[in-house]
Each structure stands twice: as structure tokens, then as C-alpha cells.
Design a protein around this ligand. Structure first.
Ligand code: FES
Length: 145
């Protein structure tokens, strides 16, 4: 069996939603404590708190690029609460799996999205449950080591 699924290869070769949103409503940047790679997510959020547009920049490996691409596809057009429920497991499943030693790459996407939503809440004075937003580099949370 190939190491990477066809979906991973597809999203790696043709990543969706790559780029920057200049007037983003929320921006989240995270670094991967395992490898040092970086991911940045930009969200455009409308008055109904639905994600109208999302873009990402990833300075990381192929699995991180594929995970970011898939994650942005999964949250585009979704209400914020749904985007917050996105887990790295869901992203990995949508990609038909990642090799075990690459699972940590998919955590970047989940954390960057959460951080971008938190940024939006902070900028707009919207209350939230801090438990929904684990601290950066909280490796207890991601269980990937
Ligand atoms: Fe760094 Fe994949 S090796 S995100």
C-alpha cells in the first residue's frame, strides 16, 4: 500500500485555499513543537458568524499542506461553532489517513483554525469558554509525541 493516500497526494499537489486574506476577521498562526513548521490561517466571517472565506499559508511538509488544504475545505461555509469542533482526527480521516509519524502535522490545522476563531472573538469582544482554546504547544492536548 502506498504511504500516502491519493487524497493526500491530490491536496499536496493542488492545495485548495492557499493565500492571504488582507482584511481577515481572524488570523491564527501556530508552530509545530515537533518539527518547527508553521501554519497561518485567515478567516473572513460574516454577521451570521459563518466562515465566508478561508485561506492558509503553510511553511511545512507535504502532510501539513494537505491537512491545511483539507481543513479549509471542511470549514468553508460552516458556522464558527462547527469549525471549532474540527479535530485533527477528522482532517486525517477526510484525507483517508496519514502515516503514524505524520499525524502531528494535521494537528497544526486544527490549532491554527482555533487560534483564528479566538482572534476573531477577542477583536470583537465576544465571550467564549477558554476551555475551547487550549494553549499553544500544549502537548498534553495533542498527544502526538
Ligand atoms: Fe512538520 Fe509535518 S513535519 S508539519
Amino acid at each position: 500500500m502506498a504511504l500516502y493516500s491519493e487524497k493526500v497526494m491530490d491536496h499536496f499537489r493542488n492545495p485548495r485555499n492557499v493565500g492571504v486574506i488582507e482584511d481577515a476577521d481572524g488570523v491564527g498562526e501556530v508552530g509545530n513543537p515537533v518539527c518547527g513548521d508553521i501554519m497561518k490561517i485567515y478567516l473572513k466571517i460574516n454577521d451570521a458568524k459563518v466562515i465566508e472565506d478561508v485561506k492558509f499559508e503553510t511553511f511545512g511538509c507535504g502532510s501539513a499542506i494537505a491537512s491545511s488544504s483539507m481543513a479549509t475545505e471542511l470549514i468553508k461555509g460552516q458556522p464558527l461553532e462547527e469549525a471549532l469542533k474540527l479535530t485533527n482526527k477528522a482532517v486525517t480521516e477526510a484525507l483517508d489517513g496519514l502515516p503514524a509519524h505524520k499525524l502531528h502535522c494535521s494537528v497544526l490545522a486544527e490549532e491554527a483554525i482555533k487560534k483564528a476563531v479566538k482572534d476573531y472573538y477577542d477583536k470583537n469582544g465576544i465571550e467564549y469558554d477558554p476551555a475551547d482554546f487550549p494553549e499553544d504547544h500544549d502537548c498534553e492536548h495533542c498527544h502526538v509525541h
